[in-house]
Design a protein around this ligand. Structure first.
Ligand code: AMP
Length: 543
């Protein structure tokens, strides 16, 4: 008979991250650039106290355990308080992306049956417009103080955030309950079909926070100053509001001020050491810094993910700005972290280019995430760095299903990510494409990410997207859609010649078109579906 362990069992509660931060790093700052335009300074101790008051207020509003409470808000201290107050009091925090189409926002609120919603001042007009279509909603709380409340509104029960907090005494104890209880819901961005809700538990969130802070993962510690550029409505800002509390570091929130100039100023002013965001955000920051001949004085490490980070961006940040890039892959269904690119000890002596090639991959699975690649018949493929297949994952913070959807998304216990990838013998995973974005040329697959990465390394190219275009002989051939850097001159032939020696000849794109702007999804990814529609009648010169 097996002998049972004899250790305490304490449920993994999200509130315990906050109480730990308040007790051990209570004076560490939480700084926010507010929607109101000014800077706000708080501490982990204040965030904890105000979260307790907010939890009391939620009770007074009649919100019960399990009720969904929405947020339509940018990154800021009030959003952080809502994260902890809602989940910590056994309600479910439902972050919503305000950049989605209004009908999608309404669809998501109705699917989650949100009873209350917290809204930032400059997003309020959207809620006012949508409110008549949101029958589950009992309370709308504007995230501001009394003097910023609108004089007139069509919403009869509009509440003021600071009034709610001021009415409470904070005499509240965080409850303890089953760690598998729902804590937050995030919806996938749903560029095809309706968005789907991933319901994270307290347990999955705390385990994700532990793992993501590890030195081989995000490598953040209490001495860091962390600025999450990735929005708190995009997979909980990749868990940073939780891991920052776990380690007790200073947090800096940029609000909606995400242009290069505003970010640069905030990085310098608050002595930011670590940040995280999608590649398009860094494009803006790097351009601003280059144009104005600026360097970072404290910024040293950044996690970039959400879409493939071009090797040229990794190199620029490293060589010109001294910022180490950790390339990461993940998704809403993974809370989001899956893999991160970090060198192993045996790579230390490799030449720079070889190290760069490893770091440009999406990286190794962190403990807690198991992955494999399978072919069209479900056969598991070898880890040889060449065989490409559908990437499947399982682990402590991977969804087992979606909210309100009966059908399980799992294949024999594994979650099919919809990404196509290779895995090499050292365990480094590399995404070649979203499976629906793969370019299928005469039965062979061409990776759109590979094609984009080459052009992103050209000095005249600001952004490049590869899409498939109909071809009478090969079925599909690659078409590149390119935005040139401001003032840069480069021709189609020069860019096509730039591919020589960098990819197999037969993969060289058939055509290049220049545009002023490439469309992006609400989470900053290149909107391939829209681009394919835009160029569906494009005639390739090779056709
Ligand atoms: P989301 O759920 O919005 O975070 O989107 C997840 C999807 O983004 C993944 O399935 C990938 O297709 C893509 N993605 C995320 N990170 C990366 C990365 N580092 N490289 C390539 N694609 C990525």
């Amino acid at each position: 008979m097996s002998l049972m362990g004899n250790m305490m069992h304490m449920p993994l509660m999200i509130s315990s991250l906050l109480t730990h931060a308040a007790r051990h790093n209570g004076d560490v700052e939480v700084v926010s650039k507010r929607v109101e335009g000014d800077m706000h300074r708080s501490t982990w101790a204040e965030v904890e106290l105000r979260s307790r008051k907010l939890a009391q207020a939620l009770g007074r509003l009649g919100l019960e355990a399990g009720d969904r409470v929405g947020t339509l808000a940018w990154n800021g201290y009030r959003h952080l308080e809502i994260y902890y107050a809602v989940s910590g009091s056994q309600r479910v925090c439902h972050t919503i992306n305000p950049r989605l189409f209004p009908q999608q926002v309404a669809w998501i609120v109705n699917d989650a049956q949100d009873k209350a919603i917290f809204v930032d001042l400059n997003i309020f007009p959207l809620v006012e417009k949508l409110a008549p279509t949101l029958p589950s909603l009992k309370h709308v709380i504007l995230m501001c103080s009394r003097e910023n409340m609108p004089r007139e509104t069509s919403l009869p029960h509009l509440l003021c955030y600071e009034d709610l907090i001021n009415a409470e005494d904070g005499n509240y104890e965080w409850p303890s309950f089953d760690e598998n209880t729902a804590a937050t819901i995030c919806y996938t961005s749903g560029t095809t079909g309706n968005p789907k809700g991933a319901v994270y538990s307290h347990r999955s969130t705390v385990l994700h926070a532990y793992a993501s802070a590890l030195p081989d993962a995000m490598n953040v510690c209490s001495a860091d100053t962390v600025l999450p550029v990735v929005p708190m409505f995009h997979v909980n800002a990749w868990g940073l509001p939780y891991s920052a509390a776990l380690i007790g570091c200073k947090l800096v929130f940029p609000g909606h001020h995400l242009d290069g100039a505003s970010l640069y100023e905030l990085f310098e002013q608050e002595k930011v050491t670590f940040s995280a965001g999608v590649p398009t955000i860094w494009l803006g920051l790097i351009n601003h810094a280059k144009q104005n001949n600026l360097k970072f004085s404290t910024f040293k490490n950044t996690v970039i993910g959400g879409s493939a980070c071009p090797p040229a961006m990794i190199r620029t940040l490293q060589d010109e700005f001294g910022v180490q890039v950790i390339h990461a892959w993940g998704m809403t269904e993974l809370s989001p972290l899956g893999t991160l690119s970090r060198l192993k000890a045996k790579h230390a002596g490799l030449p720079k280019e070889q190290k760069e090639a490893i770091l440009a991959k999406q990286g190794k699975g962190i403990y807690g995430i198991d992955m494999r690649i399978v072919d069209a018949n479900g056969q598991v493929l070898p880890w040889d760095g060449k065989s490409a297949g559908d990437l499947e994952v399982r682990g402590h913070w991977v969804v087992a299903g979606y909210f309100n959807v009966d059908k399980s998304p799992l294949h024999n216990g594994w979650f099919p990510t919809g990404d196509v990838a290779t895995i090499d013998a050292d365990g480094y995973m590399q995404i070649t494409d979203r499976s629906k974005d793969v370019i299928k040329s005469g039965g062979e697959w061409i990776s759109s990410i590979d094609l984009e990465n080459v052009l992103m390394g050209h000095p005249a190219v600001m952004e490049a997207a590869a899409i498939s275009c109909h071809h009478p002989k090969w079925d599909e051939r690659p078409l590149m859609v390119v935005v040139r850097k401001q003032g840069a001159e480069v021709s189609k032939d020069e860019l096509l010649a730039f591919y020589k020696g960098k990819i197999p000849n037969w993969q060289t794109p058939d055509d290049i078109v220049f545009v002023d702007e490439i469309p992006h999804t609400a989470t900053g990814k290149i909107y391939k579906l829209k681009l394919r529609e835009q160029f569906k009648d494009h005639k390739l010169p090779t056709a």
